[in-house]
Design a protein around this ligand. Structure first.
Ligand SMILES: C=C(O[C@@H]1C=C(C(=O)O)C=C[C@H]1O)C(=O)O
Length: 332
């Protein structure tokens, strides 16, 4: 096993054609942000998850995950498609539209934990969950996201896994889809944000089961500098939404949250040397609830992130009705 393998950022948010060109490289898999969602499928022998996150007329974005490993193995477990290189695992799953997305999420997460335990990739470092109608009323008469959090939380309880960095965001169709990254030997250090109550300690007003995630996860290789994955971050201080209705202010609060999370003081609190600034982040994804806010959000983000950072913007719902924007990224 190599000691220096780290997941590098999605090399680019590529066009559809480029992904085909990459086949044969050390690509683990890809996520297609496109006009239709569905179960993960094999493309060029690799797992690819289609997500309905792009509106007609917008360009499809393909997030390609690759490593510096050289032998990629692939497989399927209870509908989950995965690829791994001896140190890093990429896995994609689909729950689809369901009457009880909570129970379906529990089962899908249990299958995912079974997979990582069985293959020996126990350190789950980053998860993404895309939920159609995230704040809609669910078939159970509650809310889709709240139902999801209940089922996901049960799976974490049942298998005793640490909660990693995550995203829980809306999609435009296709039920619930998810994907994640896990490591075999590199330690995962899960971070909280001094400006925010840990999400898993949110009070009950946000739902019966608080969401199961950490604000960021740092992957510590045996040597050298690791990678930091920043969860989907929004305009929340303590546990409350800040600046409801004011998208520019929500962007500012969100960016300040991320800056506090990744800065040297907070990393030191978690036993990590060094610190990052916003312009160290790469592979930034910005989720904007209202199409009319896209220009201003894009401009505000462009002012703060490096010119070298790719920034992909999606117009989708966020997990609370009063949140207008959410931002995530990672360090190279
Ligand atoms: C924006 C928040 O939560 C969102 C929901 C998440 C989840 O449920 O996995 C993770 C991060 C965000 O995408 C928040 O609570 O701060």
């Amino acid at each position: 096993m190599r000691g220096n393998v780290i997941v590098t950022p999605p090399s680019t948010f590529r066009s559809a054609e480029d992904f085909a060109d990459l086949a044969g490289d050390t690509v683990l898999g890809a996520v297609r942000f496109s006009t239709a969602g569905g179960p993960p499928r094999w493309e060029h022998g690799l797992p690819v998850l289609p997500l309905h996150m792009v509106r007609p007329g917008e360009a499809e974005v393909v997030e390609v995950w690759h490593t510096d490993g050289d032998v990629v193995r692939t497989g399927e477990h209870e509908g989950l498609l995965y690829a791994h290189d001896g140190e890093v695992l990429f896995c994609a799953g689909w729950i689809g539209p369901s009457a009880d997305c909570g129970e379906a999420a529990r089962q899908a997460y249990l299958a995912a934990f079974e997979l990582v335990e069985g293959l020996g990739y126990r350190n789950v470092v980053r998860m993404w969950n895309m939920l159609e109608g995230i704040t809609d009323r669910s078939a159970r008469g509650t809310e889709v996201y709240r139902d999801f959090c209940v089922g996901r939380g049960k799976a974490f309880d049942e298998r005793g896994h640490a909660m990693p960095a995550s995203t829980g965001i809306g999609s435009l169709g296709g039920g619930v889809a998810f994907y994640f990254l896990a490591h075999r030997s590199h330690e995962a250090v899960h971070l909280e944000n001094p400006l925010q109550v840990p999400a898993h300690e949110y009070p009950p007003q946000y739902g019966p089961r608080p969401p199961s995630f950490a604000r960021a996860t740092y992957v510590r290789p045996e040597q050298g500098r690791g990678s930091l994955y920043v969860s989907g971050t929004a305009s929340i201080l303590d546990h409350a939404t800040v600046a409801a209705g004011d998208v520019a202010r929500q962007v500012q609060v969100t960016l300040a949250n991320i800056a506090a999370l990744i800065g040297a003081d907070n990393l030191a609190r978690h036993g990590i040397d060094g610190g990052y600034r916003l312009d160290d982040l790469r592979a930034v994804k910005v989720y904007v609830k209202r199409p009319e806010d896209v220009p201003i959000v894009t401009r505000l983000c462009r002012d703060e992130f490096s010119r070298r950072a790719e920034v992909a913007v999606f117009t989708v719902d966020v997990c609370r009705p009063d949140l207008l924007v959410e931002i995530e990224g990672m360090t190279p």
